[in-house]
Design a protein around this ligand. Structure first.
Ligand code: ADP
Length: 289
C-alpha cells in the first residue's frame, strides 16, 4: 500500500492539511491488515485487504452507518472506502479504546439499538461473517430466514467443505424443524450488530460503549444476545439492565443454542477442527428438543 498516496487522498476528502503522513501497523483483527494512518495530528484507522474484497468493506460501511443513524451506541465513523495501490480499504475514525465496556451502559445502548425495527428481516446488502459471505435478502418470515440464509447457507458450505454427512444431514433435519423453537414467540426485525462477540466491543476514553466490525441485519434481538454469550459472557448485570429496557422471552435459553449454532458452523467452515464436533453436539442436543 502506498500510504503517502492514501494519506493525501484522505486529507483532500476530509479537508485536512496533510501535514506529515505516517503509517503505524496496528494489532489487526482476524481478517484484515490494519494501520493507524497519521495525517499530522489527525489519526485514521485503515483496514486493507485484496481489491476484490471492496464489497466487504462497503457492506461494513453500510452496517456502521445504519448503527450510527440509530443514534444509540457509538461506532467508528466511516470516512471512505475504495481501492488504493491495488488494495481495497476502509478508512475509519480512530477511537482510543480503553478496555471493556461497562455492562449497564452497554445493555442500555444495545436495548435501544435493538428497538430500531424494520418491516422485514434482512438488510440492504449482503455482508460477511468472519470472511464468510452472509446473505441478507429481505424476508417476512424469520424462521425461513434462519433456516435458509443462516443455518442452510452454512450447512451447504459444510457439505462443500467435505464435513461428514452425519453433521450435514442432522443439520438439515434440524433446519427443517425449527417451528418448535418458536412456539408462542414472534421475532421482530431489530437492528442487529450481527457479530457481537467481546472482541468487537470496547469503551472510548469518555466511558461510552463502542461496537465495531459489524455484520448488520434486521433480525431477532436474541441472536445478538446469544452471540454475546458464545465466547465469554457479558455478566448478569448486563442482562438485568437489558431486560429493564427490552424484555427477553422465556424461550431465549433454548433459542440461544440455535442462534449460536450458526456461528459455530461458520467457525467450523473457516477453521475446521473441533468446531465441527461442537456443531454436531449442538445439533444433536437441539434435535432432542
Ligand atoms: P478485522 O475486520 O480484521 O476483524 P477489526 O475491525 O476487528 O478488524 O479491528 C481489529 C482491531 O483493531 C480491534 O480489535 C481494535 O482493537 C482495533 N480497531 C478497530 N477499529 C478501530 C478504530 N476505529 N479505532 C481504533 N482501533 C480500532
Amino acid at each position: 500500500m502506498n500510504w503517502q498516496s492514501l494519506g493525501l487522498r484522505l486529507a483532500r476528502h476530509l479537508d485536512l492539511p496533510p501535514g506529515e503522513i505516517g503509517a503505524i501497523p496496528a494489532r489487526g483483527g482476524d481478517i484484515n491488515r490494519s494501520v493507524v494512518l497519521e495525517l499530522g495530528e489527525h489519526r485514521i484507522f485503515v483496514k486493507t485487504n485484496r481489491a476484490q474484497l471492496l464489497p466487504m468493506f462497503e457492506a461494513e460501511r453500510a452496517g456502521l452507518d445504519a448503527i450510527r443513524r440509530s443514534a444509540t451506541i457509538r461506532v467508528p465513523g466511516v470516512y471512505m472506502t475504495g481501492v488504493e495501490s491495488g488494495l481495497a480499504f476502509i478508512a475509519l475514525e480512530f477511537i482510543d479504546f480503553s478496555g471493556r465496556p461497562d455492562p449497564a451502559r452497554l445493555a442500555c445502548a444495545l436495548a435501544a439499538m435493538h428497538s430500531n425495527f424494520e418491516d422485514r428481516f434482512g438488510f440492504e446488502c449482503d455482508n460477511t461473517i468472519g470472511s464468510t459471505p452472509q446473505p441478507n435478502p429481505l424476508s417476512d418470515d424469520w424462521i425461513e430466514f434462519w433456516r435458509l440464509h443462516r443455518l442452510g447457507y452454512q450447512l451447504e458450505l459444510a457439505r462443500q467443505n467435505g464435513f461428514g454427512s452425519r453433521l450435514v444431514d442432522a443439520g438439515y433435519r434440524l433446519a427443517e424443524n425449527l417451528g418448535g423453537f418458536f412456539d408462542d414467540y414472534q421475532a421482530r426485525p431489530s437492528l442487529l450488530h450481527g457479530d457481537l462477540w467481546s472482541g468487537n466491543q470496547a469503551t472510548d476514553a469518555a466511558g461510552n460503549p463502542v461496537i465495531f466490525d459489524p455484520a448488520c441485519y434486521y433480525g431477532d434481538h436474541e441472536a445478538d444476545l446469544a452471540m454475546m454469550e458464545l465466547f465469554g459472557h457479558p455478566g448478569d448485570r448486563f442482562f438485568d439492565v437489558y431486560r429493564e429496557h427490552f424484555p427477553i422471552d422465556a424461550g431465549y435459553g433454548l433459542r440461544r443454542e440455535l442462534y449460536n449454532l450458526y456461528h459455530v458452523l461458520n467457525h467450523a467452515n473457516l477453521f475446521g477442527g473441533g468446531y465441527a464436533a461442537q456443531a454436531l453436539r449442538m445439533i444433536d442436543g437441539l434435535l432432542r428438543h
